[in-house]
Design a protein around this ligand. Sequence first.
Ligand SMILES: [Fe+2]
Ligand SMILES: [Fe+2]
Length: 258
Amino acid sequence: MRILIVGDVFSKLGRESLERNVKRIRDNEKINFLIVNGENISHGKGMNQGHYKWLLEQGVNVITLGNHAFNQKSIYNFIDDVSNIVRPYNYPTEEHGKGFVIVNYNGLKITVFQMMGRILMNNDLLCPFKETKKLLEEVNSDIYICDFHAEATSEKIAYGYAFSGKVQVIFGTHTHVQTSDARILEGGTAYITDVGMTGPLDGVIGVEKEVILDRYFNDGKQRFKPQETGKSQFSAIVVEIDETTKKATSIKSLNIIE
Ligand SMILES: [Fe+2]
Ligand SMILES: [Fe+2]
């Protein structure tokens, strides 16, 4: 099976970029399964119901979130009722939504889950390494796919080694900058430190650069504003999994600037 995974879709330019590219790539790459990180899809923070429905219209099978999971308060109205949205698993307290979902594809049980890293993140989280071990013991599945939503490249690489051969796809999100280290780890795990962002090319990881520079130089009182003009980028990976051996056999990254 061939899986397309699209990195953090950021606000208007991200949605436009997704719409412009996803159908062609699905056809050309013969994609069977589509995962999109949607934590920034609504005005750069969170996902409202309209954008959730729009993602399904684009053919998305599973949506992952991240530290912005609950920024759009309206998500509380629907996240508990659906089975294709994944928020971080390792919250310290019981949260709305699900940390993993199980999807059936071609007779295979596919578990998609999300862990959040702890280094340079503001959240008081449970250990993503121990929680993953626990999850793998508790949830029986043919294929596991993990969105590791984290800031530090070192934590992400260590996580990749920790679960190579156990989790078939480990893709990093959150930094919004694609890394050039997509590879197959020992045991048949497709790995990339960060898929990158689908959104504005100009600006600072999605936000107008003036707002961010003001924070560095001055009092930083300018309001958060997504970059909504200029070029955009579509960042994704394509992974192939051998359905018989249940190992990942290839991974390639895509970064389309237009
Ligand atoms: Fe993000
Ligand atoms: Fe994030």
